[in-house]
Design a protein around this ligand. Structure first.
Ligand code: AMP
Length: 189
């Protein structure tokens, strides 16, 4: 959180699927649009399927810069979005996560599946180990992540998570997520 808005990069983790309700795709597109309108760079997994495609396409439509990081084995399966500003192809999933973390100043987690959780837990464990210093924001759309947030609090109260606070914020709408990041950014400048 030490950059000006023009160089600020936000990484979005989200489903490669769209989910069963259109609210997920709508929220993903809204996040993409708001990131671009804030003048931030979007970093994401590079795919054109599901919520990943929605976020990236919306950010591009709104004139934003989009960097996709795609492992070679997924270029076909997740159909790499070729219209991104820059598509980086990396050897495997581990390097993809490393590169996304390296490029980003904040992380937003939208509804998703196992891959999305894997990415969230990677950034939080890296934070806990002092390997990266950036916070994550969960879009808790209609309580989608309530059970996860509850479990994390249980782990913290029980003494299995270090520190008084998790490196995680949550908000229930795309606009509230963006506003919370902007407030954090303002405090750190
Ligand atoms: P999902 O939430 O399962 O739809 O996956 C969202 C994104 O996470 C996709 O781009 C996956 O390629 C990626 N991903 C990252 N790490 C993993 C993993 N260990 N297993 C599955 N997907 C992963």
């Amino acid at each position: 959180m030490n950059k000006t808005a023009s160089t600020f990069s936000v990484c979005v983790f989200c489903g490669a699927a769209s989910g069963r309700d259109t609210i997920y795709a709508e929220a993903a597109a809204e996040i993409g649009t708001l990131i671009a309108k804030a003048g931030w760079r979007l970093v994401y997994g590079g795919g054109n399927t599901g919520l990943m495609g929605e976020v990236a396409q919306a950010a591009l439509r709104a004139g934003g810069e989009v960097i996709g990081i795609m492992p070679e084995l997924l270029v076909e399966r997740e159909r790499a979005l070729m219209s991104v500003t820059r598509l980086e192809t990396v050897p495997d999933m581990a390097v993809r996560k490393e590169r996304m973390i390296e490029l980003s100043d904040a992380f937003i987690v939208l509804p998703g599946g196992l891959g999305t959780l894997d990415e969230l837990f990677e950034v939080m464990t890296w934070y806990q180990l002092g390997l990266q210093q950036q916070l994550s924001w969960i879009l808790n759309l209609q309580g989608f992540y309530d059970p996860l947030l509850e479990q994390l609090e249980t782990m913290r109260h029980s003494g299995f998570v270090h520190g008084d606070h998790l490196p995680l914020r949550s908000a229930s709408s795309p606009a509230a997520v963006i506003q919370s990041i902007q407030e954090e950014l303002a405090c750190s400048m």
